[in-house]
Design a binder for this molecule. Structure first.
Ligand SMILES: [Zn+2]
Length: 276
C-alpha cells in the first residue's frame, strides 16, 4: 500500500454506487449463475448491472449462421432477460466466444467497468472450477462435465482486475485520466463453484429466473420451461444450506463469498478515549 499523503496522491474510493455487478462469460451465464439473486436485489430497490464477456457466437449448432446477426440476436435476448429480472444496465464486451483469455485487453475492460459502476459486490465464475462432476460412486447415473474455459477465464480476469488493478491509483492511469477512479470492491461472490459458503433465499424470485431464461430462444427454443428443473435444483441447494449452515429456505442460490473490504462503522471512526 502506498503513501496516501504523497504529493499528487489520489484517494481510493470506497463508497459504492451499484449494489452488484454480475460478470458472466456468455449471454445466459448471468441468468444461470445469479438470475434469482439479481431479481431479488432488484426487487429490494438495489441497482444491479450485468456484464457479458463474449459475443456468444459459438453458442449454436448452425455453422453457416452470420456471426454479427447471431451476436446481436443474443444480445437482444440478454437485454430482454435483464429487463425481466429488473437489472438496470447490461454491458457487452464482445470478446470472441470460445477463445476468451486473461490478457491486457480483457483485464483492462473489466477494470474500466468496475471503476465506472463501483459495485459493492462483484459476482462471477469461480475460476478454480475445472470440473462439475458428481462422484460416480454416489450418483452412478449422472454425467459430469468440464467447465467451459471461457468461464474459468472470466473468473480469473475478474479476480485479477479487482486485485491488484481496480483499486490501485498507479494502475491504468489512462483510465484515471478519463475519470475512472480507483475503487475498492467490498465483496466477491463466486458462482458455478464447488465451495459454496453463502446461500441466498430466492424463494420469492425463482420463477422470475425461469421467465428470464425463456428469453434465450437461440439457446433453448421458443417453448422451453425451466420452472420445474430450476425449482428442483434450487431446492437441492436449499437442502445443502440446511445441512451446512442450518438455514431454512425453500429455494436458494449458492455462492462462495469472499470479503475484501469492510467499511469502518461510525464507532470505529469515533475518537478513541485515552485512558489516563
Ligand atoms: Zn457459459
Amino acid at each position: 500500500m502506498g503513501d496516501r499523503n504523497a504529493p499528487g496522491a489520489v484517494q481510493v474510493i470506497t463508497e459504492p454506487d451499484y449494489e452488484a455487478m454480475i460478470i458472466g462469460a456468455h449471454p445466459d451465464d448471468d441468468d444461470f449463475g445469479a438470475g434469482a439473486t439479481s431479481a431479488l436485489w432488484a426487487k429490494q430497490g438495489k441497482k444491479v448491472v450485468w456484464v457479458v464477456m463474449t459475443n456468444g457466437v459459438e453458442g449454436g449448432e448452425a455453422p453457416d449462421m452470420d456471426d454479427e446477426e447471431f451476436m446481436l440476436t443474443r444480445e437482444q435476448e440478454q437485454r430482454a432477460a435483464a429487463e425481466v429480472y429488473g437489472v438496470k444496465a447490461v454491458e457487452f464486451l464482445r470478446f470472441p466466444d470460445g477463445h476468451l483469455t486473461n490478457n491486457e485487453e480483457t483485464r483492462k475492460a473489466i477494470v474500466r467497468l468496475i471503476r465506472k459502476y463501483r459495485p459493492r459486490v462483484v459476482l462471477t465464475h469461480d475460476p478454480s472450477t475445472f470440473l462439475m462432476a458428481p462422484d460416480p460412486n454416489e450418483e452412478p447415473e449422472a454425467t459430469g462435465h468440464i467447465n467451459h474455459p471461457d468461464h474459468r477465464a472470466t473468473g480469473s480476469i475478474v479476480l485479477d482486475a479487482i486485485f491488484p488493478y481496480v483499486g490501485n491509483p498507479r494502475s491504468y492511469r489512462d483510465l484515471i485520466a478519463q475519470g475512472y477512479m480507483p475503487y475498492r470492491v467490498h465483496e466477491l461472490y463466486l458462482f458455478y463453484t464447488e465451495r459454496s459458503n453463502t446461500y441466498v433465499d430466492v424463494t420469492e424470485t425463482i420463477d422470475i429466473k425461469a421467465q428470464g431464461l425463456k428469453c434465450h430462444v437461440t439457446q433453448f427454443g421458443p417453448d422451453v420451461d425451466f420452472s420445474s428443473s430450476l425449482r428442483e435444483r434450487a431446492a437441492k441447494t436449499a437442502k445443502e444450506a440446511k445441512e451446512k449452515l442450518n438455514l431454512d429456505m425453500q429455494f436458494a442460490e449458492a455462492f462462495r463469498r469472499v470479503k475484501l473490504h469492510i467499511p469502518p462503522t461510525p464507532a470505529d471512526e469515533a475518537p478513541t478515549e485515552v485512558a489516563e
